[in-house]
Design a protein around this ligand. Structure first.
Ligand SMILES: [Zn+2]
Length: 358
């Protein structure tokens, strides 16, 4: 089922986001301002180790792995299910919330849904929505250049691990400061979370999940600390980091190291990142599952059915074909043509009209 919003604003939002922050056009034209890094002062490109982040990473993994042992030795089924549920909330806070809603504006959410997603995102323990969005927009803008905070020109190890334990270079910090965040600054719920992030983090991410197994179903202290907290943290934050690094696993680029592509033996290779970096404004991009059938996509449809979400921005297969034909005929960038085809398609439908196309 494909839904079209009642006007073209959703796609226009996508267009604005693409213009502001996407890599696609830059990649096509190879005109990224920082593509020629040799002109930069080496000092401006240097990234130092962030020792607090290094210590955090060591503890995260040691305690999380110990949590796996505790899970099978000192944990009740209730705590295991509780941990799974909280992990799920944290992941949808990132995929439905900070990624699809706030970073790319692929749909519009009511205040109630935004509060829910804000609390879920707090349960990812990955920093505030504001910072997440800012870094993700820079990631798209500088994709596959040395300016990408997540090392998109290197490999999965750099993107998933090393990028998280190093400071940004002065140049990256400067580029980050230039990211347009005006739409996010207008969102009171996001700005509330930014202001009180550490209090919310302490209450919703740390204290309540540790307290619940001890208080309500008498589980062990080990289970509360190392499963409900440490193991959950290790899983949720690694999944959330994958939003910026999954293209090394699911991507098409043949230049990546062989070790990365071996992961196809344990997970499905859907090539979704290729689509997402071309059309980040489409809410149906599937992080988990195929296009149009992924977990996040289905959840957004459920939110829409409950009238909590609207203006779901997407494009039909026919419009994609039209866009690709336009690109071939005109020699213009594919991203630009797909965007135009999407907007032209949206304009065909009268207001308050929903088309269903299987
Ligand atoms: Zn994205």
């Amino acid at each position: 089922m494909w839904e079209f919003s009642d006007d073209v604003t959703a796609l226009e939002r996508g267009r604005e986001m693409t213009e502001h922050s996407e890599n696609g056009v830059n990649q096509e034209k190879n005109v990224n301002p920082s593509a020629d890094a040799t002109k930069d002062n080496p000092k401006d490109l240097k990234r130092e180790a962030s020792w607090p982040a290094v210590l955090f990473y060591i503890h995260l993994n040691i305690l999380g792995i110990y949590g796996v042992v505790v899970l099978f030795t000192h944990t009740t089924l209730v705590t295991a299910l509780f941990t799974t549920l909280l992990t799920f909330f944290g992941i949808i806070g990132v995929t439905c919330g900070s990624h699809r809603l706030w970073a790319h504006r692929t749909y519009v959410a009511t205040p109630a849904l935004r509060i829910f997603l804000m609390l879920c995102q707090t349960m990812a323990g990955q920093g505030s929505i504001y910072e997440w969005v800012r870094q993700h927009r820079l990631h798209h803008k500088a994709f596959k250049t040395p300016d990408d905070p997540f090392y998109s020109d290197k490999d999965l190890l750099h993107s998933q691990v090393l990028a998280q334990i190093r400071t940004l270079s002065p140049k990256q910090q400067k580029l980050l400061d230039e990211i347009d965040m005006s739409d996010i600054e207008d969102d009171k719920i996001v700005m509330f979370q930014k202001k009180f992030y550490w209090i919310l983090y302490l209450v919703f991410f740390v204290l309540l999940p540790i307290n619940a197994p001890l208080e309500y179903w008498d589980d062990t202290v080990q289970a509360a600390l190392f499963v409900a907290f440490s193991l959950r943290y290790m899983i949720v934050i690694n999944v959330a980091w994958m939003v910026n690094s999954a293209h090394f696993v699911w991507g098409l680029d043949k230049n990546f190291k062989q070790s990365d592509s071996n992961l196809i033996f344990v997970i499905t290779k859907t090539y979704w990142p290729q689509y997402h970096y071309l059309m980040p404004w489409d809410y149906q991009t599937g992080e988990f599952g195929n296009y149009g059938e992924g977990l996040t996509t289905i959840l957004i449809r459920v939110f829409a059915a409950l009238e909590l979400a609207s203006d779901l921005s997407t494009i039909s297969t026919d419009a994609v074909k039209t866009g690709l034909t336009m690109a071939v005929d005109s020699g213009r960038p594919v991203v630009e043509c797909l965007r135009e085809a999407g907007i032209a398609e949206m304009e065909k439908y009268p207001k308050v009209c929903r088309a269903y196309n299987k």
